[in-house]
Write a protein that binds this ligand. Sequence first.
Ligand code: ADP
Ligand code: ZN
Ligand code: ZN
Length: 714
Amino acid sequence: MSHWICVLVQTPAHAALGSVLSYQSPTPLPPGTLVRVPLGTRETLGVVWDADAAQASGEIDPGKVRAIAGVLEGVAPLNASWQQLVTFSAQYYQRSLGEVALAALPPQLRDLSAAQLQRRFKRSKNQPATAPDCAPSHAPELTPEQAQVVAQIEAHSGPFLLFGATGSGKTEVYLHAVADLLAREPQAQALVMVPEINLTPQLEARFQARFAPLYGAAAVVSLHSGMTNPQRLSSWLAAHSGAARIVLGTRMAVFASLPHLRLVVVDEEHDPSYKSGEGARYSARDLAVYRGHIDNAKVLLGSATPSLESWHQSRAPEQGGRYLRLHMPSRVGQDAALPKVRLVDMTHQPRNAVFSTPLLAAIEQRIARGEQCMVFLNRRGYAPVLHCPDCGWKSECAHCSAYRVFHKIDRTLRCHHCGFTERVPRSCPTCGNPDIAALGRGTERLEEHLAELLANVRRPHSASAAFPDGEPVRVARIDADSTRHKGALQAQLAAVHSGEVDVLVGTQMIAKGHDFRRIGLVAAVNPDGALFSSDFRAPERLFGLLLQASGRAGRDAALGVDAEMWIQTSQVTHSLYAALKRHDYPAFAQQQLKDRAQAGLPPFSAQALVRAEARTQEVAQGFLNAASAAAQHADVATPGWADALAQVTLYPAVPMSIQRIANVERAQMLVESPSRAALQRFMSGWQGVLHRSRQSPEGKGLIRWAIDVDPLAI
Ligand code: ADP
Ligand code: ZN
Ligand code: ZN
């Protein structure tokens, strides 16, 4: 006798074939079981799904229902809450169930044959866990602020927003909360997420040092895209089997199978990297909160500059707040004050000055005292554009509506959008003028310029015993270019930690998270751009970045450094800088939320974007506008559709801010509603309309389209 089952598979996006297919199986299989199934001429991984929850597509012709190829032996079915997470994500982010489910599994589970997987399982069972290569560490005694926060986490169910200054010891709170949990519940698992792969090794070392002596090295595993596929599979299996008690990872880890999940930590919860830029475009932070809810796990979001969404959610309960706000305003350590913020009025400096005189003097002074400095500029490369002063030629990309960036190190012009790279021309390609010049400044040029300015400064005697005094000052740079090669970042960070480097120049890569001990001064040389951006989230991001950057200074109270954050600006009276000067995130947030409420922007409304790509703007915009018009009189079966339609605003299609990339024209349409539920209902009904528009004459020439729910960049 044969049983009919529903199976999720990965089908090409928008294919006529749904992602839920029917198969036959000789035995009944519970939902969540991993199976290999035939699909067309190949065999693929599938997940057995609840037949009631997933409507299999198409008419079922009993004679045509194929049999599964086999069950993936040795892997327990994915549990109900994992299935619910997938179902919710697919619905909320408007993607197919199969796409979300299969993307949530490690690639090797999909790609290896059953026999290969069996060998891998056997091997990983026999492999002894490698011992941690770090000294065990003991938990320090909590500060009163930390102790109070930990007690609140014990006492309440959350979700929590831990609003803690940089260096207030948030990580120590996470460690403590995890330690309490593991000690209390013998099987419980914790998921700890960080925004950047770069931050995982440091975090992993801290967690290993604390927990490996108690639970063994295998109790802590990582999950991020910087790992090899075999490593990812092995971490995933360890989490799925329950052997791993702590999973550390980036946003993808939110989908890990954790049958005994009891605690989810989202560190630096405001960070945009929690939002995926492809596929389901999910927010791992938001899914973490949902996951906590269905798994009955506590959720702890932490930040010194929370996202305005989370800040708003953590307002007083009587005002509708749903998160509990916990506050740690002080830095750890006796009189470890937050860095003093100094604004330099650049309108009083010589035009074209990159470093103001007082900032340069302050940097020299710090070096003389044996301290390190960090200079922050959020633009990599040597110069954002090359130009010819004679004829006006600029280094435009032939394929994008953007300039190619000049990289002096290999004398190339590189497009940061499509990757198109060419040698720098000897002379202007238009008029032959040999004097083409760099316009503007990126980190590479800043590093060069600073090294010139500091050429006559020598290192002091006290700097570091390992590095001789009287040598020239060392300026180093860390950005996406300097760290392209594997291991480069670790080596460069080590050079900073060891004291080999005096001044570190870099992009936001150096502003986040790193626990540099000897930095006394942080400077942002040209941050004003974001004040005038058309993106309503730009001020929020700038405030966060500057405050995070300032948090890199004076982290070691024992050094007794009077840390400073310098900001060069021509907007000294701007309210954002005024709030930053006082380290007053709440005041900044209040002002921003007031503006957003007035303008009806998130978190006071919900948004979704539909993006379309075609060879011409007309086609891309035409598709969106046609689908928008069709929505008004479409026959949509979604319950409550008419009601939802009345509550959403569909804006006209417009070109995206970078309108053309790699010869593809890009357009977008914003959909907005004061009601999240109405937007959801509208989008799920409108999806069908979009699919039909694609088949209609208006869809001709369209390359692709995609929905982005809760977009971060409009
Ligand atoms: P945050 O994550 O808030 O920036 P961290 O948790 O990294 O802060 O803590 C900053 C520094 O203070 C770290 O070096 C950490 O080891 C130290 N620290 C944290 N809590 C304590 C404590 N209770 N006692 C002593 N040192 C602590
Ligand atoms: Zn020219
Ligand atoms: Zn390009």
